[in-house]
Design a protein around this ligand. Structure first.
Ligand SMILES: N[C@@H](CCC[C@H](N)C(=O)O)C(=O)O
Length: 289
């Protein structure tokens, strides 16, 4: 199975193009037989596999020039959307000459997004669609409500949080200081908290000023990561919703910076760098162990 590895500010993914697969690698639904949760875990393992924060399974509809993307986390779960994943797939399409102009659409489970490739692929901008804070959309357990400034109890610790979805779920916690330790200490407990029936991504956010925030990220199905596009979008949207930031927000993460614009109707535009790492072929042997 051929792969193309990229990273977006240290959030790394393997792109697998369903068209690269030969017949025996596809099941009757045209899906890769190897992409079972168990095998995804093997591929993403940083010691026994290629190592990555996830797999991007891209499908290009011949002749129609339509693109769709499925996003798999390293634990084998499937995500509805991935901001960095969409930016990486957009760069892949550009590198492979599969797009004829700089702007195109990509369909995901979490909705159809518009992508624009700049600077020969090194910068990619994605219109991530509209953020919702409604419990039924995210989802968050309890009565239907906007999930803003609520409490989550972790036994020995209680946090104030807000929640949002941009196709995938996010729990945003604002603190005076944030670091990797707090994300690694509490991230998994919040990811799997009963408040979130489909689990959640978690961001610990420090407001730097009206146009800058800093986040530390614990991703659903992936754990601690150095950057996340959908996390940046959710955290920036919460900061804007609470009146703490203006519409243009730079999100500072351990892996680098992402620019977010929150429009008045809470449509999000995200842009940032993408880096090509390597291409190769995954040996069948790793699935046999
Ligand atoms: N790193 C991605 C998010 C990938 C999906 C996420 N782990 C989820 O399960 O929702 C991004 O850049 O958005």
């Amino acid at each position: 199975m051929k792969f193309h590895k990229y990273h977006a500010l240290g959030n790394d993914y393997l792109v697998v193009n369903s068209q690269d697969l030969n017949s025996q690698e596809l099941n009757s639904q045209g899906l890769i037989t190897e992409l079972t949760p168990e095998n995804i875990q093997k591929i993403c393992d940083r010691h026994f596999g290629i190592g990555s924060d996830g797999i991007l399974l891209g499908t290009i509809q011949p002749k129609t020039n339509r693109f769709s993307l499925r996003i798999f986390n390293p634990d084998g779960s499937e995500a509805e959307k991935s901001g960095n994943g969409l930016r990486i797939f957009s760069r892949y399409l550009w590198d492979m000459g599969l797009v004829t102009n700089k702007q195109f659409s990509i369909e995901t489970i979490g909705g159809i997004v518009k992508s624009v490739v700049d600077n020969s692929g090194q910068m990619v901008r994605v219109e991530m669609e509209k953020i919702s804070f409604w419990s039924n959309d995210i989802p968050v357990a309890g009565e239907a409500r906007e999930v803003i400034n609520q409490k989550i109890n972790l036994g020995d610790k209680e946090f104030n949080f807000s929640a949002a979805t941009i196709g995938n779920p996010h729990c945003v916690i604002i603190l005076p200081e944030v670091d990797s330790q707090i994300a690694k200490k509490y991230g998994s407990q919040i990811e799997n908290h009963p408040l979130f029936p489909q689990r959640t991504n978690v961001q610990f956010m420090k407001i730097l000023d009206r146009n800058n925030i800093q986040i530390e990220i614990w991703e659903r199905g992936a754990g601690y990561t150095l950057a996340s596009g959908s996390s940046s979008s959710a955290a920036a949207a919460v900061a804007y919703k609470l009146g703490l930031c203006d519409t243009k927000i730079t999100v500072k993460m351990p892996g680098g910076l992402i620019s977010i614009r929150v429009n008045e109707d809470f449509n999000i535009i995200m842009s940032g760098a993408v880096t090509q790492v390597a291409s190769g072929k995954i040996s069948q042997e790793i699935f046999d162990i």
